[in-house]
Every structure is written in structure tokens, then in C-alpha cells.
Design a protein around this ligand. Structure first.
Ligand code: AMP
Length: 281
């Protein structure tokens, strides 16, 4: 009963909640839940009467060469974790439930916001994300939806879509949850070998180093960027995809920091691509 795959059943449960004037919070995920996801669910439960967590590995946000097939899945464990964190129901649809046969409609946010950072190495990724989030919002019709700052660019893109399309949902951004050594939690961390896992701590460590340099007065973006790159390159298995320092809201390039600034990194360890970020204010 808590795990719902069918849209009719979901609609029934949601309309009962709405009849009771319950505020609906929504946490979209791709499953293989960890404490990062749970922090979103807990926050949603604090701020809403009824919490829906979706678990859907969305094929349209993966390029053909990416890890869609291999993406980790464990619905039984996810169910326990989501309910433990406060979810009322888990929406677990099959692919044709989300994309009916012949579906050919996409939602795309244009501009720097989807072209830069992850948009460079994953050009079709955000189109898949905005399309599926739009579909999920249409199905669940939440009052508020919860996303992690871990995916800083995703948050910007979704906020922009919601604003541009006058969508009636509040977007709440929750802080990055990290392992004890600083590594940002991610479902993909399970793919790391023991040595890769050890070295992966360099992402958060480099962001801390650049934060310290900024606090000590360094405002030059190219200098700060070099600090991050040099730090990541100390790790033999780290293969940098990008290290970017951009204006936080529109992802404009800057030379000197004089306002809220996003430092975002993407680094491959073997076949696993990890991302992390920090905002300098
Ligand atoms: P995913 O299942 O990876 O698509 O993530 C689902 C949601 O959980 C997204 O809004 C992510 O930003 C968020 N999330 C993933 N990892 C973390 C984390 N370490 N801390 C906070 N939120 C996270």
C-alpha cells in the first residue's frame, strides 16, 4: 500500500489527502537512498502533512554511453529508508507509466544554465531532468518539492523552469549531506573501488582549501581555480571533467569574486563521475 506503481492508485491516495486539506510535499529521487535523500524526506515531513517520494531511474537524463542500466537499485531497502524518514507513500512507476508509448514532448531550459558545467559533458542531461520533473509534478501536483544543493545546477535549472512556466510549486533546496570524511553522499559512491573511495575525498577537501584561500583574501577566479585543480591533481586516479567558478544564479563567467559565487567540480574516478560544489558568499 505504501509502494504505489500505478497512476490511478496514486491519484486516489492523493485526492484523499487533498480532501483532508493536507499539504503535499514531494521528493523526487532515482532511488538507492542514502542520508542525503533522507534529509530531504525529513525536511518535507516537517513542512507538509503528506510526503510522496518518487523512485524512478529516468532514462531520458542518461546518454546512451552512460550508466542507466548499471545505476544501483534496491527498492526494498529504499522503501524502509523512505518510510523511516517520514514518507507516506513511495511512487515507483515503470517507464511506460511515465513515458506513454510514442511520447515525444520534452521540456527544455535554454542558455548558460543548461549549457555550462554538467551541460558540457552531458548535453542532453538537463532536458531529461526538466522533462521528468515536469511530468512528475503534473502527476503528484505537490505544494512543495525538495531538492539537494548537491546537484547545484539541477536546482538552478528546475527553479528556472518553475519560474518560466509559472508552475505552482514551491522549490525547497536542502544542504549537502556528507560522509564523515567530507565526501558528498551519492548513490554512485558504491561504484568506487577502495582506493578510488580514499582518493575521492579530494573533491570536498579541495573545496575547503579554496574556501580558506578566499577567506584569506584571494578573489581572483583564475587563481582560485588553479588552487582547486592543483589540489585535485594530487590524486593519481582523479580525472577532472571540470572545475568552474561562476556567478551563482545565472552561471555567468566572472574574473573577480564580488558576490555569491558557485565553485563546482566534476571528477571521474575510473568509470564513476562525482560532483560537488560550494557557494562562496
Ligand atoms: P538522485 O536520486 O541522485 O537523483 O537525487 C535525488 C535528490 O536527492 C536530488 O534532489 C539530489 O540533489 C538529492 N541529493 C543527492 N545526494 C545528496 C546529498 N549528499 N545531500 C543532499 N541532497 C542530496
Amino acid at each position: 500500500m505504501r509502494l504505489i506503481a500505478d497512476n490511478k492508485e496514486l491519484k486516489k491516495v492523493l485526492s484523499e489527502a487533498r480532501d483532508k486539506k493536507q499539504r503535499i510535499g514531494f521528493v523526487p529521487t532515482m532511488g538507492f537512498l542514502h542520508e542525503g535523500h533522507c534529509s530531504l524526506i525529513e525536511r518535507a515531513k516537517q513542512e507538509n502533512d503528506f510526503v510522496v517520494v518518487s523512485i524512478f531511474v529516468n532514462p531520458t537524463q542518461f546518454a546512451p554511453n552512460e550508466d542507466f542500466e548499471k545505476y544501483p537499485r534496491d527498492i526494498r531497502r529504499d522503501e524502509q529508508l523512505a518510510i523511516g524518514a517520514g514518507a507516506d507513500i513511495i511512487y515507483f512507476p515503470e517507464i511506460p507509466t511515465i513515458y506513454p508509448t510514442g511520447a515525444s514532448t520534452f521540456v527544455e531550459v535554454e542558455g548558460n544554465i543548461t549549457k555550462r558545467l554538467c551541460g558540457t559533458s552531458r548535453p542532453s542531461h538537463f532536458k531529461g531532468v526538466t522533462t521528468v520533473v515536469n511530468i512528475l509534478f503534473n502527476i503528484v501536483k505537490p505544494d512543495a518539492a525538495y531538492f539537494g544543493q548537491k546537484d547545484a545546477q539541477q536546482v538552478l535549472v528546475i527553479k528556472k523552469m518553475v519560474r518560466d512556466l509559472h508552475m505552482n510549486v514551491e522549490i525547497i533546496v536542502c544542504p549537502i549531506i556528507r560522509e564523515a570524511d567530507g565526501l558528498a553522499m551519492s548513490s554512485r559512491n558504491v561504484f568506487l573501488s577502495i582506493e578510488e573511495r580514499k582518493q575521492a575525498v579530494i573533491l570536498s577537501r579541495s573545496l575547503q582549501i579554496v574556501q580558506d584561500a578566499y577567506n584569506d583574501g584571494e578573489k581572483n577566479v583564475e587563481q582560485l581555480r588553479k588552487i582547486v585543480i592543483n589540489s585535485i591533481e594530487t590524486q593519481s586516479l582523479a580525472d577532472i571533467d571540470y572545475v568552474e567558478i561562476l556567478e551563482t544564479n545565472n552561471l555567468e563567467t566572472i574574473e573577480l569574486i564580488d558576490g555569491p559565487t558557485l565553485i563546482a567540480v566534476a571528477v571521474r574516478f575510473g568509470k564513476t563521475r562525482l560532483i560537488d560544489n560550494i557557494i562562496l558568499a
